[in-house]
Structures are given as structure tokens and as C-alpha cells.
Design a binder for this molecule. Structure first.
Ligand SMILES: [Zn+2]
Length: 413
């Protein structure tokens, strides 16, 4: 069987394969040693990927001060593996103009110490403030490196992906306009890529669709991608109730309803789908409210998909089935989150995470992806996790055939 990864970041993956990987570091000392080693190998800023505070002995993120101890003169920016949190050193904050007087951007925040000074931890849209400043100084992977990274996928059985690509605003440092790169490389791509575009306005989206249509090669326009919230790991998933281990927050609401309506209509006019990232139960309800309104206005429900749909109320599952919208899930998250997710959510809510079985039984169409570089792209990892559950809400395990079907080409629009 040839697999389709329904949620994949092609340029983020290429950067991970060629860049500084931090996922398996055992403690902050090791993170800092790897940053120092990388600083000797590259010129300019040091950018790291897949920082995992839950896997570190200290169970915390490094701070700007930690990073300053190993690299003080040049910017350092480390992305948490979920992509919704990053840590910057003082030089990176300075370059980005982030100081004690800087106010938080809409949909994001800079963590601060008791004196109001930024700690270096950036959440959600605050990450882009730093990425934007640093990106022009980071060369990013070469065309050959990108093609070599994507060339590893067929050996894992992957013949095609739904690739999430940004225009303008960089998602990861190093590639200023991901779509330009992908379109340029389209004729040489080793896999087919259905492109979901992260675009900020209808004109940008229409231009992106046209650019994809003009590019000869293995890419096609699939639609528009938006964020309704953040991640469990970063305490930024938008929840109805506060996090069990951070009672001061219910996460970050990133969905601008009016803007989402405008963009959804724009992508529909272009023949595209709407794909919205929603992890928390509150974010999922907000997206379903939006989808319900779009359907009333004539939208085709098979072209509306929730990315992740990680924690759902029973009513949300019923509503997804009734509306006929798709859930695009990433079973490999179960393996990565099994050791700490209950701490975030508490013993009751944990029974509502990744409810694959309930979704299938309700008749909700499911698609499977890796969200790579968040997870390793090998579909077997996701398939096994969908069955085994790694101890998380185990009654929601599904069968091997059901798990394989998640990564099938069915559901490609
Ligand atoms: Zn993603």
C-alpha cells in the first residue's frame, strides 16, 4: 500500500533533516552543548528544532539567560517540537525589538519575569516576531538538501502528502517564502504534494493558487490552512476549562471569525478546501460553529476539515458527524504525549483525547498524518499508535485496517 500523509510540512521537514535536532537531548546542559556545537558549524544565527522540555531532566524550557551563556553575540532561536513555543536568546530578542516595553501581539505572548523582562519564551504569534527578524540571516536548506530530505519519504511507503506551506510569514526560520521554493522544485519532487496554503488575505491565497496551477510538476492547490489555537505542550490549546497544571490559563484563542469567513469563501471560490488547526475542546467547538455557518451558506462539508481535533466533547463528535466534516488526526502524538498529557488535562478530561474510535463509530470521515517535523513521518509509527494508544484513553484504539485507512489516499480531494 502506498501511503498519503494528510498533514505534512515539507519545508519544516527539510530543515529538520538538515538542521539542529533537539528532541532527544536529556537535559538543558545537553541542549546548550548542541547549540554551542552548531554555533561553531554555521555562520550567523543558530536555529534549533524540536526542543522537548517534557523530555529534559529539568522538565522546563531553557531561558534566554541559559542560551546567552553559550552564544551571546549571535541570535539563537529554538523551536519547541510542537511549533507553538520557541525560546530566544538576548541577541535574538534584541534583533526582533522585543524588550520589557514591547506589548504582546494579537494571539500570542512573551513570557516575562517578575521585573517584566522577557524570559526568552515566545508563545504562538509572538514566535513570528522573532522568526521574521532572524529569517533573512539564515540561509535555510539548499534545493538539493530539500529534495534529498523529501526523497526519504518513498522508502517509508509515502507516495504523496498534503503539504502545509506558508507564503510571506515564515513558519520556520530559513525559508522566507515556502511556496516559492516548493513551486520552483515542483518538477523535481519525489512525491506528489497537495498544498494547503497559510495565507493572510484573499488576494494572497488567489495568487498562491495561481502560482501552484502555473507550476509544472507534482503539486496541486488543495486549499487554505488556519489556526484556531495552539498546543497541549505549550498550554496554548484553547480549552473550556483551565489546564490542570496551569490553572491560570485556558489557552490561546487564535480564530478571528470574520476573517475566517472571508478566507473560507475565498478558498471555496478557488475550488479549495478549508483546513483549520484545533487542538482544545473550546477551539474545536469554535471551528464547528464556523463550519456550521459555512454549510448553511452553501459550503460543501466534504471540503471542510478540522486539523488535529485532539480533544472533543461528545456533542462535538455528534456535531461533526451531523455536519459531515472531516477530522484530520495525527496518532503519533499519542506516543509523544503519553508521559505528560494527563498532568495537563487531569484524570477526567484524559478520557476525551484523540477519540478515534468514537469518531469512526459516529461516522466522521478520518484522515491520518504525521504533522512532520512535529513527528517522524513514518506512517507505521502513527498506525501503531492508533491501535496501541500508549496508555492514553486506550478504549479509543482502532483496528489495523482502520488505522491503515487513515493514511490511505482516500479523502484526497
Ligand atoms: Zn502542522
Amino acid at each position: 500500500m502506498t501511503y498519503h500523509d494528510h498533514h505534512f510540512h515539507p519545508l519544516g521537514y527539510a530543515e529538520l533533516v538538515n538542521g539542529l535536532e533537539l528532541m532527544d537531548a536529556s537535559d538543558i546542559g545537553e541542549v546548550l552543548r548542541r547549540v554551542a556545537t552548531r554555533a561553531d558549524q554555521v555562520e550567523g544565527p543558530v536555529v534549533g528544532q524540536r526542543l522537548n522540555d517534557e523530555g529534559l531532566h529539568e522538565k522546563r524550557l531553557p531561558t534566554r539567560k541559559d542560551l546567552d551563556e553559550v552564544v551571546a553575540e549571535r541570535p539563537v532561536l529554538l523551536y519547541r517540537y510542537c511549533g507553538h513555543i520557541a525560546v530566544a536568546n538576548s541577541a535574538a530578542l534584541k534583533l526582533a525589538g522585543i524588550g520589557s516595553g514591547t506589548s504582546d501581539p494579537e494571539g500570542g505572548s512573551f513570557d516575562r519575569n517578575a521585573d517584566g523582562e522577557p524570559t526568552g519564551v515566545l508563545r504562538e504569534t509572538a514566535i513570528a516576531v522573532a522568526s521574521r527578524a532572524i529569517s533573512p540571516l539564515v540561509p535555510g536548506p539548499s534545493d538539493a538538501e530539500i529534495l534529498r530530505a523529501l526523497g526519504q519519504l518513498p522508502a517509508m511507503g509515502i507516495g504523496s502528502v498534503t503539504g502545509i506551506v506558508s507564503v510571506g510569514e515564515p513558519l520556520w526560520c530559513g525559508v522566507p517564502n515556502e511556496l516559492d521554493v516548493l513551486c520552483r522544485l515542483a518538477p523535481a519532487l519525489p512525491i506528489d504534494v497537495d498544498v494547503l496554503v497559510i495565507a493572510g488575505n484573499p488576494a494572497e491565497l488567489a495568487d498562491a493558487a495561481e502560482q501552484i496551477r502555473r507550476s509544472a510538476g507534482r503539486i496541486r492547490f488543495l486549499g487554505w490552512k488556519e489556526f484556531a489555537d495552539g498546543s497541549f505542550g505549550g498550554h496554548t490549546a484553547a480549552m473550556h476549562e483551565p489546564f490542570s497544571d496551569r490553572p491560570d490559563t485556558r489557552g490561546t484563542d487564535r480564530l478571528d471569525r470574520e476573517h475566517a469567513m472571508t478566507m473560507s469563501r475565498a478558498t471555496t471560490m478557488l475550488g479549495g478546501s478549508v483546513a483549520i488547526h484545533a487542538i482544545g475542546d473550546r477551539a474545536n467547538d469554535a471551528v464547528l460553529d464556523l463550519f456550521g455557518d459555512l454549510i448553511k451558506m452553501g459550503a460543501d462539508p466534504t471540503r471542510l476539515r478540522v486539523e488535529h481535533a485532539s480533544i472533543l466533547t461528545d456533542e462535538a463528535i455528534e456535531r461533526m458527524a451531523r455536519l459531515g466534516v472531516t477530522a484530520s488526526v495525527q496518532p503519533a502524538f499519542l506516543a509523544s504525549e503519553s508521559s505528560w498529557l494527563e498532568k495537563r488535562l487531569g484524570p477526567d478530561r484524559i478520557d476525551r483525547v484523540y477519540p478515534f474510535r468514537s469518531l469512526l463509530e459516529a461516522g466522521v470521515p478520518l484522515l491520518g498524518g504525521s504533522d512532520s517535523p512535529v513527528e517522524h513521518p513514518d506512517p507505521e509509527i502513527g498506525i501503531r499508535a492508533a491501535i496501541d494508544r500508549h496508555g492514553l484513553n486506550p478504549s479509543q484504539g482502532i483496528t489495523l485496517d482502520q488505522a491503515r485507512a487513515l493514511f490511505g489516499p482516500a479523502g484526497r480531494f
